[in-house]
Design a protein around this ligand. Structure first.
Ligand code: SF4
Length: 433
């Protein structure tokens, strides 16, 4: 079959093996998947050089997917620990891994991921350019930023975040606004600093067409980054955020003209009452391109618990139109997450995604819950463990406190409403003393 990207194939009426895999997993007719890939409302990130990929579709009509951020930093450089986190994340059902390595042998780690990891792989080439060139930010040339993007595409990365929505024009507006938390996006702050230092236009904006040609060659999905995502509730839905979103909408249309798949990145920190409106605005301005949200965290005051603040926001966002949730761990704002933090973050994110899928009526989403309800009604503890999102934790908690009657638990003991109702409805005596 002769096609460049999944979108290009779909527009020619070609059903790819990736579309077939997605259709089978979602329980949706492959022709419907193809039509949405052609329209840009579903993306299937699948770099031609990522040979061990298990593809997933990302789109509002599909199950909500989650991403796990990993990677080395200057202070935490152990590749084996990062690989342990990758394996844990895949085992726990993360559909995507973003390698955000910003120090050390980033190329070695990235190649290892491409060769061994079946999850969708994402990167932010801005971070890696700093490591790769190992020189002052202002001395990196426009050409060098684009060359690193190309290197990641050749390596087999399925999707890349580029902060092309902040250009000289939006940067000037941002400076005039005087936001409370300025720019909290790491990539966004780097490219802003580079523009300030060099006086040049954002290379990812200026050479966007060249980037699209690279994406077309390898089938890299663009994740259009939101440099101006709000970093605190007070900055949510401000001019910088919305103005950047308008630029991302224009860049989406340009990408689709070249058959390049696009996701849009979103907030950030945001009060709960603004989330639904933000999802709707994104869908209209960005023509229904899948929305990839980084939270949103619904309060700023819970460091140590931001997996919860983001799961609340993520559930509302996904139920209102977001397709892809970036996990947040309890270590957010505090340090690089360890393996336990990764697990907590994934669980919180999976719960948010599943709760949203039920709310938006994704086919079959509630079957799992119905099975759990049936097991609970029968006080079938083994079945409950088997169905639990985290079977190990459920089993451990029950084992920590032994009930007098083994069919109940130590919460209510003989007053177990489930047991007693089963007895009453079966015409049996209820013994509560
Ligand atoms: S004892 Fe109470 S909490 Fe435990 S299973 Fe029965 S009703 Fe549920």
């Amino acid at each position: 079959m002769n096609y460049t990207t999944q979108m290009n194939a779909a527009r020619q009426g070609i059903v790819t093996k990736e579309m077939e895999t997605v259709a089978a997993y979602e329980g949706i007719d492959v022709k419907d998947i193809m039509a949405e890939v052609a329209a840009g409302t579903i993306v299937i990130p699948a770099n031609k050089n990522h040979k061990c990929l298990k593809p997933f579709g990302i789109g509002n009509s599909l199950k909500t997917k989650i991403n796990v951020n990993l990677g080395t930093s200057r202070d935490c450089l152990n590749l084996d620990v990062e690989m342990e986190k990758v394996n844990k994340a895949v085992e726990m059902g993360a559909e995507a891994i973003m390698d955000l390595s910003s120090f050390g042998h980033t190329h070695v780690f990235r190649k290892k991921l491409v060769n061994e990891c079946p999850a969708i792989l994402g990167t932010v080439p801005i971070y890696d350019a700093i490591v790769y060139y190992n020189k002052a930010l202002k001395d990196i040339t426009s050409r060098e930023w684009i060359d690193v993007f190309k290197m990641h595409a050749e390596d087999g990365v399925d999707f890349m975040t580029i902060h092309c929505g902040i250009n000289r024009n939006t940067a000037e507006r941002f400076k005039a606004m005087k936001r409370k938390m300025n720019i909290v996006s790491r990539g966004g702050s780097l490219i802003f600093a580079w523009m300030e230092a060099t006086g040049n236009e954002n290379p990812f904006f200026e050479y966007y067409d060249e980037i699209l040609d690279i994406c077309n060659e390898y089938d890299v999905t663009l994740s259009l980054g939101d440099a101006c995502r709000p970093g605190c509730l007070a900055d949510a839905s401000d001019i910088s955020q919305i103005e950047e979103l308008v630029t991302l909408g224009e860049l989406t249309a340009r990408a689709w003209k070249k058959d390049v798949q696009v996701m849009i990145e979103g907030p950030g920190h945001m009060p709960m009452d603004q989330i639904q409106a933000n999802m709707k605005i994104q869908q209209t301005i960005c023509h229904g391109a899948p929305f990839y949200v980084l939270g949103p965290l619904v309060t700023d005051i819970a460091p140590g618990y931001d997996h919860i603040t983001s799961a609340i926001g993520g559930a509302i966002a996904a139920a209102s139109g977001a397709s892809f949730l970036c996990y947040v761990t309890p270590a957010e704002h505090l340090r690089l997450p360890n393996v336990d933090d990764v697990k907590e973050g994934i669980m919180a994110s999976k719960i948010a995604a599943h709760a949203a899928d039920i709310a938006k009526g994704v086919k079959g989403a509630m079957d799992w819950d119905n099975q759990m309800a049936a097991a609970r009604q029968k006080l079938d503890w083994e079945k409950q463990f088997e169905l639990a999102l985290d079977p190990e934790k459920a089993r451990r908690y029950r084992a920590e406190s032994t009930p007098e009657r083994e069919d109940t638990c130590t919460m209510c003991g003989k007053m177990c409403s489930v047991r007693n109702m089963n007895a009453v409805l079966a015409g049996e005596d209820v013994d509560v003393i």
